[in-house]
Design a protein around this ligand. Sequence first.
Ligand code: FAD
Length: 451
Amino acid sequence: SPTRCSVIIVGAGVSGISAAKVLAENDVENMLILEASDKIGGRIRKESFGGVSVELGAGWIAGVGGKESNPVWELARQSGLRTCFSDYSNARYNIYDRSGKIFPSGIAADSYKKAVDSAIQKLRNQQGNHGVADVSKLYEPPSSPKTPIELAIDFILHDFEMAEVEPISTYVDFGDREFLVADERGYEYLLYKMVESFLFTSEGKILDSRLKLNKVVRELQHSRNGVLVTTEDGCVYEANYVILSASIGVLQSNLISFKPPLPRWKTEALEKCDVMVYTKIFLKFPCKFWPCGSEKEFFIYAHERRGYYTFWQHMDNAYPGSNILVVTLTNGESKRVEAQSDQETLKEAMEVLRNMFGPDIPDAIDILVPRWWNNRFQCGSYSNYPIYVNHQIVDDIKAPVGRIFFTGEHTSERFNGYVHGGYLAGIDTSKALLEEMRKEKERKTESQTFL
Ligand code: FAD
């Protein structure tokens, strides 16, 4: 029969690792971390591209410079991670039309203000009408933007800067500055620094047998006595408790089956949380043809199709001389490019760039298209709760089912969708589990005394 551990943690993203660290600090050494992919980090993932490290997943430390310190910013400072200040509010002054003309700043500012006002109005109406907003309608364009510039601004506002419409806890609590991680060791270096304190590592490699990579959990059989965890390769592990950190997209998919099935209140809550797809496409060029400088770091393409190669960033501030551009797509556009070949995507992106910068610009020499939606260990990029979410939904998503505890960015009511959300969620879940373990021990002692 399988050896029994105290806790099995499913997933080695930031939340799984912060959860494991808290357990280790509280003398729960007998744990196992099962990770489906071939490395730790989850949605924090770097890849070498065009001679530098690019971040396929999380790229920014969001929420810096406020009264309270963002714990991820603290970790970055302690580990000497290289970061660059970036301010994408400038993007609205670098909006190109299809003929390569930049919209005058007055027109851009006016359209922007109109879009913000209309979004605020729409939110007020929804609040007034229903008390709780209708999830499905919230991320629709507030009025009906029609012109390319309106559509572009609507996209920036709703897919990037909701802060302008509604205060976002991250900025309220930690400050409104954002720093781009620009370190060859990657954002994931923070995670390696974290595991060093409780897993055996040597020369940057994790050699501890309590971390098992390429272990895809397919079944959690749970009872009053414990949990049996079965992986795709047929191994079975047994634990007193499980912490499950798989993303909301994975929980909505059928990758993991539960025996007995999850209760209805749980599955219904999981279904209510939207999954956002956010894709950063990297393009490497032989030389630079775009305007430089930090105020030009972000630029926008206004097209009649919402979200069509709209949001661009040059990587000169992060990696001078790298000649890399990044374009961000979301949701429907993300899914569309995930389904086509990278060559087709390259062709589309080049056409857009030629519209902005003229026919003579050189072709990109390399392209990188992450596929978060089709990755069965992610099924999307991050959770997206409606703004006036019913607290009960998040509570239900977070609540344990018997011996299975849930964690991950989607369980963080204040900071879902962020790295610090995952980090703090891991800590919270482990604390709740430690409390449960303490109570269980107490119950056992009591019954023994009674006997
Ligand atoms: P994950 O990192 O997804 O960890 C879960 C782990 O579980 C994964 O490693 C997965 O492989 C594993 N797993 C899943 N299923 C199984 C299974 N069945 N068996 C075993 N293991 C399993 N946040 C920011 O703060 N700033 C940003 O700029 C930012 N940008 C982002 C851009 C993109 C493109 C994406 C995708 C995310 C971005 N985020 C950003 C969000 C941030 O990356 C996440 O909120 C955070 O990393 C989530 O951590 P987690 O531990 O909750 O989940």
